[in-house]
Design a protein. Structure first.
Length: 397
């Protein structure tokens, strides 16, 4: 039997019969360290190829460590084997928990989950970063977000909605945090007095998510940290809400030249995240009241200062993970803003019409699942948290 077992290739699927016995010494290389299996029979269910494209033990080494390692492209080209490492098993269990906690938290708050179309007649976020597809005798687009449809659901008297689904962005971005297809976790909610009611709900949802990961995924987080060490994620309760103007002032005080109505560049976002961490002791915060000129056409202007808007972004470890705002719920104002942004009104007619028959004031946001998972675990590349990533250079496997 020993000779037979020795000839079985690595990564083969086997059935083993034997008896479990306690050990006198701990077996440090195993997950169960106080017992051993005394094998009596071995059956090969599925024999793996003799030569593997990568070795599991090499894929388990940290980046830039001594000894053989596996580069990112080799991992992704052979993702089925790469997923077998303990760290990848842990990462995607954490990601599944993020989805579950998001869904359970919002459901408990009275939200209704819905599903939006992914083939749409007009670019939902505007701009050129959209995939165009042929649609019988016409043209259509892959949804950049469920934005229009979650707002239309609000107008249909579903006053609290969320959705989890694929989002497509035709961005030729070759960075550690961009994908052409990712999982969007979107939320939209009607409010009574002020859009900060929604801001509070979203902030509380993230707090519930962080707490849930701490209690439900402690073993998985520890496993990831063994291969990819990171500082524990810190947050405040309630969440820190920082006015945009104050964020600009913090950057200027640290030598950054930036205008009042300029958008934040990626380096400035990261720097601000570091400065906020130093000052307030949190990796998660909300930046509120962005300049109107850098937000989509459906964003509600600030009624006290038309240069700004009732919009916000949320950050983890200095990187944006949510973009949101109060939406314009008046059809006439929405039309004016669409014209200002040179949006084809005919293509969004059904969207604008939804606000002609009575519409609640409402706000919401869109979250990137893979980015939340990456930043919570302190990983350095979003491809580590996308099981089968799609970027400008990768469409397989």
């Amino acid at each position: 039997m020993v000779k037979f077992a020795a000839d079985v290739h690595l990564e083969s699927i086997v059935d083993v019969e034997g008896t479990i016995a306690s050990t006198s010494e701990r077996i440090l290389g195993c997950s169960h360290q106080t017992v051993e299996l005394r094998v009596t029979k071995v059956f090969v269910v599925s024999q793996a190829a003799a030569q593997l494209p990568l070795q599991i033990e090499d894929a388990m080494r940290p980046d830039n460590s001594e000894g053989p390692s596996v580069n990112q492209d080799t991992r992704l080209d052979n993702r089925v084997i790469d997923l077998r490492t303990p760290v990848n098993q842990a990462v995607f269990r954490v990601e599944a928990a993020i989805c579950r906690l998001y869904r359970d938290t919002l459901t408990a708050k009275g939200f209704v989950e819905f599903h939006s179309p992914k083939i749409i007649p007009a670019a939902s976020e505007g701009g050129a970063n959209v995939f165009e597809v042929s649609y019988f005798k016409g043209q259509a687009y892959l949804a950049q977000s469920p934005q229009f449809y979650k707002q239309m659901a609000i107008c249909g008297d579903f006053t609290k909605v969320f959705t989890i689904g694929a989002v497509f962005r035709a961005e030729d971005s070759h960075t550690h945090r961009h994908l052409c297809e990712f999982v969007g976790m979107d939320i939209e909610m009607a409010f009574n007095e002020h859009y900060h009611e929604v801001l509070q709900v979203i902030g509380d949802t993230f707090i519930a998510l962080f707490k849930g990961l701490e209690t439900q995924c402690a073993e998985e987080i520890a496993m990831v940290n063994k291969q990819y060490p990171a500082e524990p994620f810190k947050y405040l309760e309630p969440s820190l809400i920082l006015p945009y103007k104050e964020g600009i002032a913090i950057l200027r005080a640290n030598g950054v030249e930036i205008g009042d109505e300029d958008d934040l560049s990626t380096p400035n976002e990261k720097l601000l995240g570091q400065l906020v961490k130093e000052k307030y002791g949190t990796d998660f915060y909300i930046l509120d009241k962005y300049p109107l000129s850098v937000r989509p056409f459906y964003t509600m202007p600030d009624p006290t200062d038309q240069r700004y808007s009732n919009s916000y972004d949320m950050f983890m470890r200095g990187e944006e993970i949510l973009s949101g705002a109060q939406r314009i719920h008046d059809a006439e104002l929405l039309t004016q803003r669409a014209i200002h942004h040179k949006v084809d009104l005919q293509k969004i007619k059904s969207y604008i019409d939804a606000f002609k028959y009575g519409a609640y004031p409402h706000a919401g946001g869109g979250i990137g699942l893979e980015r939340v998972c990456m930043l919570y675990l302190g990983l350095n590349n979003i491809r580590k948290t996308s099981m089968f990533p799609r970027d400008p250079k990768r469409i397989t496997p």
